[in-house]
Design a protein around this ligand. Structure first.
Ligand code: GLN
Length: 491
């Protein structure tokens, strides 16, 4: 085997080297597993390694190299990738990091997974997450938390924390996550990498375990904009199996030229004055605005008057949808079964009690209460009205600007156990949730390290619905200035 250090390789690098026959795709898999072996005890990113599937895909890539058909019609030929463990992949466990699904083996493959595999990607494994994607730290995973590669005493963010940590540590250049309220952008920010939540409807969710069906969206993590654009091209397709998916005809690799001359970029004053935003994050976002101004963009102050109600609305709508979606895990059709009960009702009760962790149970109780007669009118209905107001705020803002710049997370990575109050944890997504509520595209781009904590900070870019190219273009200007994401040195 040809030995090399895969950590710094991007998807683009891999494909150039494969084409030049500098190494084989099977070498990539072996070397990737060496890196994982070296670091995984410290990081705990994976819930499962899929070496056989990776080697099979690598052999197919190597055959294409031999046949001189390498890369033909394939966007990610020979590129190692990994998937959040709420995404089905035939023959793997899809656990959602929950006791409830610990033994659930996928009988089919999610479209987003299929899309990358069809492009020639090598599936390295499934990635750790907060249980059923409820959380912002991966601390609710039944497999224990993943660690932030920049400081292993700190959280990687969540719920797609395993995905973000895997890319930040250099395991894989591209990983997939899902984002219902911030679960791609917040961990990307905390791990210092790129994370994209596309517009609701750009990417199929077929085969991804549902949390909040009107909010969930799948998206990629990467370290360079070139890789992120390739992943977006692979993912943004219309899928007849998910009727909300519309896909996109944009070739995202053509919009990342760093040119923002004449673009109008909004900054939200109330976001920058928000309680809970640390001064180092605020300073970084102000600095980012200056960088964009110097690159020729026009910075315009805007307001989103109803965005302050986003968290309250989300913690009504999210639990209601989660309560409905999680009803299927009843120990009969799906999920952990506590055997030996005399009647079905007690089997349900015991199985769901033992199968779901604390945060999942909290959301189920909340959702079931909020949807009950008499209560529904007081909470669910107004939350939907707030949703319309927030969506209109964004529509109005995007009449004035092409993209919005905001913090992704109010602070840098926190220590394990530091945030024990769930209501405090919910504030992790104070700048990301309104985007899911409105359905726009949002992403986090790493703009360096905080002056106080010396930990990564992400700038959030928000695009009008189905104009995700706007935020990718702005991010490419930031990449020109700040450079691509740094590989974390795991200590
Ligand atoms: N942190 C938020 C929550 O706990 C968002 C999670 C997500 O986007 N999946 O619900």
């Amino acid at each position: 085997m040809y030995q090399f250090n895969t950590k710094t390789f991007t998807a683009v690098d891999y494909m150039i080297h494969l084409k030049e026959r500098a190494f084989r795709a099977t070498d990539i898999v072996e070397n990737t597993f060496n890196v994982i072996e070296e670091l995984e005890q410290k990081l705990n990113c994976f819930t499962e390694i899929t070496k056989e599937a990776a080697l099979n895909a690598a052999k197919a890539t190597d055959d294409r190299v031999k046949d001189h058909t390498f890369g033909e019609g394939k966007t990610l030929d020979g590129v190692p990738v990994a998937f959040k463990d709420n995404m089905n992949m035939l023959g793997t466990f899809t656990t959602c990091s929950s006791q409830m699904l610990k033994n659930y083996k996928s009988t089919y493959t999610a479209t987003c997974v299929e899309d990358l595999l069809e492009e020639g990607a090598l599936p390295i494994g499934k990635l750790n997450m907060d249980e059923f994607a409820f959380g912002s730290s991966t601390e609710t995973s039944v497999f224990g938390p993943s660690k932030n590669p920049h400081d292993t005493s700190r959280v990687p963010g969540g719920s797609s924390g395993g995905s973000a940590a895997a890319v930040a540590a250099g395991y894989v250049p591209i990983a997939l996550g899902s984002d219902t309220g911030g679960s791609i952008r917040q961990p990307a920010s905390l791990c210092g990498i790129i994370g994209i939540k596309p517009t609701y409807g750009l990417v199929s969710r077929y085969g991804v375990v549902a949390f909040g069906s009107s909010l969930d969206q799948v998206g990629p993590f990467a370290r360079t904009m070139a890789d992120a654009a390739l992943a977006m091209n692979s993912l943004c397709k219309k899928d007849p199996k998910d009727c909300t998916s519309q896909g996109s005809k944009t070739d995202f690799t053509t919009v990342i030229d760093g040119n923002v001359k004449g673009m109008k970029i909004g900054i939200v004053k109330s976001f920058l004055d928000a309680e809970g935003l640390t001064s180092e994050v605020k300073h970084k976002i102000e600095e980012t605005a200056k960088v964009l101004e110097e690159a020729g963009a026009q910075i315009i102050e805007i307001e989103l008057p109803n965005a302050k109600a986003a968290i309250s609305a989300y913690y009504v709508l999210g639990p209601c949808e989660a309560f409905s979606n999680l009803a299927r895990f009843d120990s009969v059709r799906y999920g952990y079964c506590d055997e030996g009960h005399a009647d079905l009702a007690s089997q349900y009760e015991a199985s769901r009690k033992a199968g779901f962790g604390k945060e999942a149970r909290r959301r189920i109780f909340l959702g079931s209460y909020l949807l009950s007669a008499g209560v529904y009118e007081q909470y669910y209905y107004p939350a939907q009205q707030v949703r319309t107001l927030i969506t209109n705020d964004y529509k109005q803002a995007f009449e004035k600007v092409d993209c919005i710049l905001a913090p992704a997370s109010p602070r840098t990575a926190f220590k394990f156990g530091e945030i024990s109050d769930p209501a405090q944890m919910y504030l992790s997504d104070m700048f990301t949730i309104s985007i899911n509520i409105a359905g726009n595209g949002g992403m986090s781009f790493p703009v360096g390290f905080g002056e106080d904590t010396n930990l990564p900070i992400g700038a959030q870019l928000i695009a009008p619905a189905f104009k995700d190219e706007n935020m990718l273009r702005v991010a490419s200007a930031l990449e020109k200035h700040y450079g691509p994401a740094e590989i974390a040195e795991v200590k």
